[in-house]
Design a protein around this ligand. Structure first.
Ligand code: SF4
Length: 254
C-alpha cells in the first residue's frame, strides 16, 4: 500500500443519515484497534479480503467530485483515524472541493484527531461506556481500559476548544450500557465538552464480532427513551436523541 493509499470497504453515495442537514457520501475505512464484541462491522474490523480494498486518495477524490448530489463527506469505519493517510485525504478534499467534512471516531487517536480537526466541519465521537474499567469490556480489551480511557479523555479535552458542531454517541448494548446509572455516568463525563448532540443508538443483533451477541436482545424503545431521559437530565443544553429500528430518530425532551 503506497503512502497516499487508503484501505476501504467502499463509498456509499447519498446518505441522509450520516451528516445532519446534508446529503453525504460515506467512506467506510477498514481496520480498527478495538474488538468490541458487539461490533456490527466485523468484516471492516478484521479487514476481510474481498470486502476491503486499496484505493489511492486521488481516485477517491475523483469519485467524490463526480457525485453532484452530495454536500458533505462522512468518513467512518472501522476506525478512520487508524490510517495516517486519512489526514492527507481530508487536506486534499478541503483544498479541491467545497464539501463539508465529518469524521466518526472511537476516540483512540487523540494526536491524529488534533491533525484532523482543522479540516472538519462536523465531528462525531463514540463514548462507549463509563470512563472506568467498564470501558475495557465495551471495547473487548479488558486489560487495556486505562489506555483507552486516557485517549478518550484527551479527545474530549481537544473538543472542548473546538467550536464547530459535534456529537457524542453511545450504543446501548445489553449487559454493558443498558442501565440508567451507566448512561448517567457517561453523560456526567462529557457534559462540559459542549456537545451539540448526544445520540443513543440501539444495538442491532445480526453479524457481530463475537457470535455471543448475534442473537442478543435488542433494547426496547421504552428502555431507549428512559436512558435518553437519564442523559437529558444531566445534559439539558444538548440535543439528546435516540435512534431505534422501530421509530428512527427521536429527540428526547423532559
Ligand atoms: S464498534 Fe468497536 S470494533 Fe467495531 S468499528 Fe467501532 S470501535 Fe471498532
Amino acid at each position: 500500500m503506497a503512502v497516499k493509499d487508503l484501505c476501504l470497504a467502499g463509498i456509499a453515495d447519498s446518505s441522509t443519515l450520516d451528516y445532519i442537514g446534508k446529503v453525504s457520501a460515506v467512506i467506510y475505512l477498514c481496520g480498527c484497534p478495538y474488538r468490541c464484541p458487539w461490533c456490527q462491522n466485523p468484516d471492516l474490523v478484521e479487514k476481510i479480503e474481498g470486502v476491503c480494498k486499496t484505493l489511492s486518495i486521488d481516485s477517491i477524490i475523483s469519485a467524490l467530485k463526480e457525485d453532484y448530489l452530495i454536500g458533505a463527506v462522512s468518513i467512518t469505519g472501522g476506525e478512520p483515524l487508524m490510517q495516517p493517510a486519512v489526514i492527507d485525504l481530508l487536506r486534499e478534499l478541503k483544498k479541491e472541493t467545497q464539501l463539508c467534512l465529518k469524521i466518526d471516531t472511537n476516540g483512540c487517536y487523540p494526536e491524529r484527531l488534533k491533525q484532523a480537526l482543522p479540516y472538519l466541519d462536523f465531528f462525531s465521537m463514540d463514548v462507549k461506556a463509563p470512563l472506568d474499567e467498564r470501558y475495557g469490556n465495551a471495547i473487548g480489551l479488558p486489560d487495556k481500559w486505562e489506555e483507552a480511557v486516557k485517549n478518550v479523555k484527551k479527545c474530549l479535552d481537544l473538543l472542548k476548544g473546538w467550536d464547530k458542531p459535534k456529537e457524542a454517541r453511545t450504543t446501548i448494548i445489553p449487559g454493558l450500557t443498558d442501565k440508567n446509572e451507566e448512561i448517567a455516568a457517561i453523560a456526567g463525563s462529557i457534559k462540559d465538552v459542549g456537545f451539540d448532540y448526544y445520540t443513543l443508538q440501539q444495538f442491532r443483533s445480526g453479524a457481530t464480532l463475537d457470535p455471543k451477541y448475534n442473537k442478543a436482545k435488542i433494547p426496547a424503545p421504552a428502555l431507549m427513551k428512559e436512558l435518553g431521559r437519564a442523559a437529558k437530565e444531566i445534559m439539558p443544553d444538548t440535543i439528546v436523541k435516540i435512534v431505534t429500528q422501530q421509530k428512527g430518530f427521536e429527540e428526547i425532551r423532559l
